[in-house]
Design a protein around this ligand. Structure first.
Ligand SMILES: [Zn+2]
Length: 224
């Protein structure tokens, strides 16, 4: 049995060490939090996302600066509009171009889902004919109409609903062809006067009639 290093001191009515405790040596640091595997993964993911965002921000800034310089050169010396005005235009156009890229990416993901369903038809994106972003109940959805072309099969006219913050194929909520059935009513697209053709109401989530929400305007939103 180990030697007891504490005794009860009756005069002080408390326990005390028989030998003084050794003082810690070296530089004291905050102990590192003990993270389990899941928390570690989450932390790494967040850090990756932060880096990615920063990277995108820097890229955007560089693109805007380059475009700004290019445009300035098109004016005769002293005739260029104020830098502020030109910059505003460039930023706005850049934002719209990014939103456009994002829509194409979303539809490509919907096509990927379609191709998984019909692996031998090898559909490719024909044209995105309508697009609309809907915000409701803290979620954002995009509705699309597009044509899917296949070298071995007839072209399809499709509807897709995806999460506006799409990351992977699980965020494609619907991708289907538009048949001859009745067009489901979508308040989201209707409010924005976008003529998306929808499948029947039970085939998509966003744009519910019960949502009496706010007017959304895809043109005024910074990202869409
Ligand atoms: Zn819609």
């Amino acid at each position: 049995m180990e030697k007891e290093n504490k005794v009860y001191d009756t005069s002080a009515h408390s326990w005390r060490f028989t030998e003084s405790a050794p003082l810690p040596t070296g530089k004291w640091r905050f102990p590192k939090p003990v993270l389990d595997e899941k928390a570690k993964e989450e932390k790494a993911r967040l850090s990756r996302e932060e880096k990615q965002l920063l990277h995108e921000k820097l890229q955007r800034r560089q693109r805007v600066e380059e475009e700004l310089q290019r445009r300035m050169k098109q004016f005769p010396p002293g005739k260029a509009p104020p830098d502020k005005q030109l910059r505003k235009e460039v930023i706005r156009e850049d934002r719209l171009a990014r939103a456009e890229e994002r829509h194409v990416k979303n539809v490509q993901m919907a096509l990927h889902v379609l191709n998984k369903r019909y692996p031998d038809r090898k559909y490719e994106l024909g044209e995105i004919t309508e697009k609309c972003t809907i915000f409701e109940y803290g979620s954002a959805y995009c509705h699309y109409n597009f044509t899917a072309c296949s070298p071995t099969s007839d072209d399809l006219f499709c509807f897709a609903e995806v999460d506006a913050n799409l990351e992977n194929e699980n965020d494609v909520y619907q991708c289907c062809t538009i048949g001859s059935g009745p067009d489901g009513y979508c308040m989201g697209c209707q409010n924005q006067r976008v003529a998306v053709t929808h499948p029947s109401r039970d085939m998509f989530i966003g744009g519910q009639e019960s949502f009496g929400g706010f007017e959304t305007d895809s043109k005024s939103d910074p990202d869409y």
